[in-house]
Design a protein around this ligand. Structure first.
Ligand SMILES: [Zn+2]
Length: 415
């Protein structure tokens, strides 16, 4: 009798069947773990959706007004153009959008002021034409009241103080229009501040006039935004400003080492010690070093192969490239940056500054636009953030800094 195990066929089939059973049990184990995780996630998703509806959710930096110049769309209806429209904002539970009046860094003061007025006009006409849907908000109180009424607040903010020129009266002009923060510079060093992207460090930080601009912003109750400034200028701004400073759309250098546009640990600790806030940028190239490498290449396609990432050919190229390279990050990595700020500074100093409509098409895969905040909230729940913690990140911290800025302005005006 041939021992069944002597039969090569039997041996193989026994081996195959034991191997198969082993693999099946591994697969079952994996699937049951996966099911547990999926049920965790879906449980968290449900809670995340509920929180996004119930809590005031504020995004510190969305470039929709200038995006309309380059890629027009009707933001009152759901669109696949750009990252923001009011319908997708509603789906994402978004209640307040810091609406960025962006000033190209390579134009003169007069053109800059025209560019500002055009975008101010765009926001004005949208709000005044849709009073049941949208609202101005010049104070945190107005944001809260609008939220209670179900209105989407669109506070004005300026990215790049270049149109100030040498004229502090322009800060009064912006204050009158209701601007709540000014990003000191953009990608080129201007008359106020050295830029993190510019090798020309004309001021070794802030210019002498830059310090005056900060004094004037403190007086007028306009928050000082150090996103884009060089490390040295950011440190000087945080040290000099009487009100806490903000970084409206910066991630941390923890996951993109040496990237000066992001926040170093020194800066994170300093901004927190002055009571400010750091609002995490969602761009894949801001939050992940490997993705940044991909985008450093992809943003330059126009120069290397004559194709823009915005063109249909460019989009196809990016999709092909993403099959063998990491191009898109995710909500989990955004949460890593929030975790890092919380770990080294505390829960009172983190916020969200997606930079939507300024980072396209490098949005994270699972947070592609303003409809997707619940995916990030679910990630925070998964990591054990309490509802109070999440409320601080979604809006509480920013509203606190804004309130304090207005209180300091009040006390300076009554000196
Ligand atoms: Zn920016």
């Amino acid at each position: 009798m041939i021992n069944q195990f002597d039969s090569p066929t039997m041996k193989r089939s026994v081996f195959v069947s034991t191997g198969y059973l082993f693999i099946v049990s591994l697969v079952l184990l994996f699937e049951s773990c996966q099911m547990a995780r999926n049920s965790d996630i879906s449980e968290h998703m449900q809670q995340a959706n509920e929180l996004s509806e119930r809590l005031l959710l504020l995004d510190g930096h969305i470039d929709w007004p200038s995006r309309l110049i380059y890629r027009p769309s009707n933001v009152l209806i759901e669109s696949s153009i750009g990252d923001f429209d009011v319908i997708r904002a509603g789906k994402g539970g978004l209640n307040a959008v810091m609406s960025v009046v962006y000033i190209s860094p390579d134009i003169d003061i007069e053109e800059g002021r025209k560019m500002a007025d055009n975008q101010i006009h765009t926001i004005d006409s949208l709000i005044s034409g849709n009073p049941g849907l949208l609202a101005y908000a010049k104070t945190p109180e107005e944001v809260r009241l609008n939220f209670e009424k179900g209105l989407l607040s669109l506070p004005f903010v300026m990215e790049n103080g270049a149109p100030i020129g040498d004229d502090l009266n322009y800060v009064d002009y912006l204050a009158d229009k209701g601007f709540i923060y000014i990003t000191l510079c953009h990608s080129i060093t201007n008359k106020i501040s050295d830029s993190s992207y510019d090798t020309n460090r004309a001021w070794n930080g802030l210019s002498p006039f830059g310090f005056e601009v900060i004094d004037k912003m403190n007086l007028e109750g306009i928050m000082v935004d150090v996103s884009h400034s060089s490390e040295k200028a950011s440190i000087q701004a945080a040290m000099h400003s009487k009100a806490p400073v903000i970084a409206s759309h910066s991630a941390t250098q923890k996951y993109v080492p040496g990237y000066e546009r992001n926040l170093s640990d020194t800066l994170i600790k300093l901004i927190a010690s002055k009571g400010g806030i750091m609002m995490v940028n969602f761009g894949s190239s801001f939050i992940d070093a490997t993705c940044k490498k991909s985008w450093d290449y992809l943003w330059n396609l126009k120069d290397s192969i004559g194709v823009s990432v915005w063109s249909p050919e460019g989009k196809t190229y990016v999709e092909e490239y993403s099959k063998s390279n990491q191009v898109y990050s995710n909500a989990s990595r955004i949460a890593d940056h929030i975790d890092h700020i919380v770990k080294i500074a505390g829960i009172d100093y983190a916020g969200l500054g997606s930079d939507f409509d300024g980072i396209g098409p490098s949005q994270p895969a699972d947070v592609p636009d303003v409809s997707a905040y619940p995916n990030l909230i679910a990630e925070l729940l998964e990591r054990g953030y309490s509802e109070d913690d999440i409320e601080k990140v979604l809006s509480g911290n920013f509203l606190r800094v804004w309130e304090e800025t207005l209180a300091i302005s009040d006390s300076l005006k009554h000196l």
